[in-house]
Ligand binder design. Structure first.
Ligand code: SF4
Length: 697
């Protein structure tokens, strides 16, 4: 029977970037029920993760005491599972654990310099935690080697947006689907990954809006779409350049907008001159007539929005893909008004905020470049120490630098690169090669298996802090329950680490950190903590306390040096690894509805784990039959980097010759197979395409 709740606490969902507001019902120190609140992003709705994915916080495997590696126990996942903790680690009190954790990092810094250290922060932590963590790396370690999972999801989108329109965040909120005429969704599966946002899109379609879906997979959203462009994976630029060609060729360019608000249009025109729909149709697999019709519908609409996900960003040409989407909006004048614009759908609940707060190696908070002397002087004045002028390394670059012996120590907070990095053998070898690794997390994650010291951290429901959703909306999450045992709030742990690294930090709590964050970030200057307590959510940019915040951007000028947006041509660049006779299939990776990223939370949530308990690989039913297999059979996937076995599930939405798998299953970790080739601009790995073989297991 469900316990009777004695207390209700208003907070935000810990999972995706939609930022649903929710209410925890608490009895006897435990969450017994979650319900949706009438927040601006969810109107009372929650998806299955938000509603049922909360009991991981009291899972028996939850870390409740600091752990220190026993001498001589090799680092790695061989034979490792949370039950093996006693063999690998011994318990320690906080004083000893913090002294060892910070002492090991300080010793490396003092001998080899700050650039021999690196930190991964978390997109699931609050803005205050992200801010303090990057400040710790920059001022306590003495380098800019700090990054987080944005590198693996939307780094290419942000690179293209900053270059093209001067701002890396979305231009319009999801709720603007009610104001638009045409909705384009490309390389995203919001039904699975942003379910409440998808519900607003479907509602808009029912109200008469036109949905155009572009994706190599025919996902559930296709049932609601008027146009479904199931293009060949890896041909995004060909298809999008064909749309741009058609818009120019058929006189659909918004000439006034282009003349008054943009520059370099002639470069774009020259670049797409050879990309007519007729020329690109055989490349991308979409008929020329369809490409032309879709170009007319998008460019001719009174208002049209583009949403995209990691199907666009996670390619070696991810930045080029996003450049094309920006060019579509600019050429058609579909930006700067309600119901228009560009919206890269953010994955984690605070990936936007963590990026804004400076958890990125090349920029301080609010995207102020570390190699800009004026920006650096501002932060040196604010933080009172000299700062490294050299941009730091990114996530995958850090793994390479470890194996070259350049990075020797790491502090990882709430990230799980032993599951989330591409080509996991390489990433895991790098983690094992570290002289000193500190992991701060809720569970003994796969990454913690490589740690020297493990610090038991706090879950979202166990702390108060601000979180910024995909719409640029800053929201207040409130503590509902206490961390179990000796687990501590992350802000406390970061500060304790900082003090032992020689920093005299003494923040009274999240509000005090947030006050400094506001001084560091002009974009949120008008969003006071007290205002968030009162209003729950305020959208930035927000210059003063009287400013209501701006949901729609770029109505008059773009935040570039010239005030104009810039067209940046995109080349046709092939995937790093194409199918061949030995590895004839294409592997696409992503997420599934019930599980979150590497599964450390949702696979320990009872209802979610019951819904999807085992690793599944999906493939076209005709391909499955051709392999002589039925649904539920075991199949082996092999790439040049690794292999795994999973249960086969037919999916007619895939194209033949393609397989799809989520990356949440440690027993069949799909990133053992993926390739660590990087987009040259944003350094994002190509998770969305590599060659594999498929056999019966
Ligand atoms: Fe949480 Fe996202 Fe689901 Fe909303 S849509 S309940 S934010 S996971």
């Amino acid at each position: 029977a469900q316990a009777v709740a004695t207390r209700a606490v208003d907070s935000v969902c810990p999972y995706c970037g939609v930022g649903c507001q929710l209410r925890y019902h608490v009895a006897d120190g435990r969450i017994v029920r979650v319900e949706g609140r009438d927040g601006p992003a969810n109107h009372g709705r929650l998806c299955v993760k938000g509603r049922f994915g909360f009991d991981y916080v009291r899972h028996p495997e939850r870390l409740t005491v600091p752990l220190v590696r026993r001498p001589g126990v090799p680092k790695g996942l061989d034979g490792f599972d949370p039950a093996a903790a006693q063999r690998v680690f011994r318990e320690a009190d906080w004083d000893e654990a913090l002294a060892l954790a910070a002492g090991g990092l300080a010793a490396i810094r003092d001998v080899h310099g700050g650039r021999a250290l690196a930190g991964f922060g978390s997109a699931k932590g609050s803005n205050e935690e992200a801010y303090l963590f990057q400040k710790l790396v920059r001022t306590g370690f003495g380098s800019n080697n700090v990054d987080h999972c944005t590198r693996l999801c939307h780094a290419s989108s942000v690179a293209a947006l900053l270059e093209g329109i001067g701002s890396g965040a979305v231009s319009n909120p999801v709720a603007d689907v009610a104001e638009t005429e045409v909705i384009v969704v490309i390389g995203a599966n919001p039904t699975v990954n942003h379910p409440v946002a998808a519900s607003f899109m479907k509602q808009a379609v029912r109200a008469g809006k036109t949905l155009i879906l572009m994706d190599p997979r025919r996902t559930e959203l296709a049932r609601h779409a008027r146009y479904v462009l199931q293009f060949r994976p890896d041909t995004d630029v060909a298809m999008l350049n064909a749309l741009l060609h058609a818009i120019i060729d058929e006189g659909l360019v918004d000439a006034r907008f282009v003349a008054e608000r943009t520059e370099d249009f002639e470069r774009l025109r020259a670049n797409v001159a050879g990309c007519s729909p007729e020329a690109m149709a055989p490349v991308c697999g979409i008929p020329a007539a369809t490409l032309r019709e879709v170009a007319r519908v998008y460019a001719g609409a009174r208002a049209a929005m583009i949403f995209w996900g990691m199907g666009v960003s996670q390619h070696v040409h991810g930045t080029d893909n996003a450049r094309c989407l920006i060019a579509l909006a600019l050429a058609s004048g579909q930006i700067g008004r309600p119901g228009t614009g560009l919206h890269p759908l953010r994955g984690q609940n605070n990936v936007q905020g963590a990026s804004d707060a400076g958890l990125i190696p090349m920029v301080f908070p609010d995207y102020q470049r570390v190699d800009d002397p004026a920006a650096r002087a501002r932060f040196e004045a604010l933080w009172g120490v000299p700062l490294d002028p050299q941009p730091g390394l990114t996530v995958v670059e850090i793994m390479h630098a470890i194996l070259r012996g350049e990075i020797r120590g790491m502090y990882i907070l709430g990230e799980n690169p032993a599951m989330s990095d591409p080509n996991l053998h390489h990433a895991r070898a790098a983690l094992a090669a570290l002289e000193h690794l500190v992991v701060q997390d809720l569970f003994l994650t796969e990454t913690a298996a490589f740690a020297d010291v493990v610090l038991p951290a706090s879950a979202c429901a166990e702390k108060t802090g601000t979180f910024t959703n995909t719409d640029r909306r800053v929201q207040l999450g409130r503590q509902a329950i206490d961390p179990p045992g000796q687990a501590r709030q992350d802000l406390w742990i970061i500060q304790q680490m900082a003090r032992r690294l020689g920093l005299a930090w003494d923040y009274a709590g999240p509000a005090a950190v947030y006050a400094e964050l506001r001084r560091a970030m002009p974009s949120i200057a008008g969003i006071a903590w007290e205002r968030l307590e009162r209003e729950h959510a305020v959208t930035y940019p927000c210059a003063s306390e009287a400013d209501p915040g701006r949901a729609v951007l770029f109505g008059e000028r773009f935040p570039t040096a010239s005030g104009r947006a810039r067209f940046v041509p995109a080349r046709l660049l092939p995937a790093a690894e194409r199918p061949d006779a030995d590895y004839p299939w294409v592997l696409l990776t992503g997420r599934q509805l019930e599980h979150w990223h590497t599964g450390s939370m949702t696979r320990r949530a009872r209802v979610l784990d019951a819904l999807e308990p085992v690793p599944v690989v999906t493939l076209h039913p005709v391909d499955l039959a051709a392999l002589g297999l039925a649904a539920g059979a075991r199949v082996r996937l092999t790439s040049r980097r690794g292999e795994l076995v999973a249960q086969a599930r037919p999916d007619p939405g895939l194209r033949r010759g393609e397989v799809f798998m989520a990356f949440c299953y440690v027993e069949a970790a799909v990133n053992l197979l993926t390739i660590d080739a990087l987009d040259p601009y944003a350094k994002i790995p190509e998770f969305k395409y590599c060659a594999v073989r498929v056999d019966a297991a």
